[in-house]
Design a binder for this molecule. Structure first.
Ligand code: MG
Length: 255
């Protein structure tokens, strides 16, 4: 079901977005060589408690998950593309780390993700991050009244292809509101002019993720972490965006 949010509701979602952005900033800043992924998860958990927010991940148990997620932050390192389950791993120089975080504040959810490089970057990782980040920008720019979902999907796919990456459409953007996942689904590739017409009040997460060498993934034996089939590195960027008469508004914008 597609739900439209009032301007007042969108303002309340923005409050959740400010919190989510602050957690991503803090965990990204804390990500350094030698830092354990479990320490990053604990940092996010402490911030949730302090803010009186609620994690969207800790009890999350969809059909594709082996068990409830049990952590509050997704930490996907190198060949891990999505849903990286924090575990006892210390970050190493040159690691590509995607941080994905969603929380509910006063009953409204925001979802966002960033990818960073820990320590010394490799050129091919910088290129991947640049393209994935620009794909998010292009998708957001297409989230305007009068466009359709397919325009967002096509904008994302075009940037990926121009960057030389193939696209896995198994996981993509989604409606966000009282819960983390709702309609509409927003694939990371598609045809312009197709799909749901965008109206003011639609709120959804747009989340391109690409891998350097493949569009195929497999599930790690932890039951959650999705890894690239060929071991190549992945990047993932996500914002929660409101469609308004004044254009797209990024609710999870970082300062
Ligand atoms: Mg997310």
């Amino acid at each position: 079901m597609i739900e439209l949010r009032t301007p007042a509701e969108i303002e309340r979602m923005r409050a959740a977005g400010v919190f989510v952005a602050s957690v991503l900033e803090a965990t990204a800043q804390a990500s350094a060589v030698g830092v354990n992924l479990l320490t990053l998860d604990k940092l996010a958990h402490d911030m949730i408690r302090k803010a009186g927010a609620e994690s969207c991940y800790i009890d999350y148990h969809p059909s594709f998950g082996a068990s409830p997620f049990g952590k509050v932050l997704c930490t996907s390192v190198n060949d891990a593309a999505l849903h990286g389950l924090p575990h006892d791993y210390r970050l190493r120089d040159g690691d590509v780390l995607s941080l994905d975080f969603a929380a509910s504040v006063d009953g409204w959810v925001t979802d966002s993700a960033i990818t960073i490089i820990v320590g010394t970057p490799r050129d091919e990782d910088l290129a991947l991050i640049d393209v994935t980040s620009r794909a998010l920008d292009a998708g957001i720019a297409a989230a305007t009244v009068g466009n359709r979902i397919g325009d967002i999907s096509a904008a994302i796919g075009d940037v990926a292809r121009a960057g030389g990456y193939s696209i896995n459409t198994d996981f993509g953007g989604h409606g966000v509101g009282r819960t983390m996942h709702g309609d509409p689904h927003i694939p990371n590739d598609g045809r312009p002019g197709r799909g749901l017409p965008l109206r003011a009040g639609l709120v959804f997460a747009i989340e391109p993720w690409f891998m350097i060498g493949t569009d195929r993934i497999y599930t790690d034996k932890d039951g959650w972490t999705l890894r690239s089939a060929d071991g190549s590195r992945a990047a993932h960027f996500e914002h929660t965006v409101a469609v308004t008469d004044d254009g797209p508004v990024i609710l999870s914008a970082r300062s």
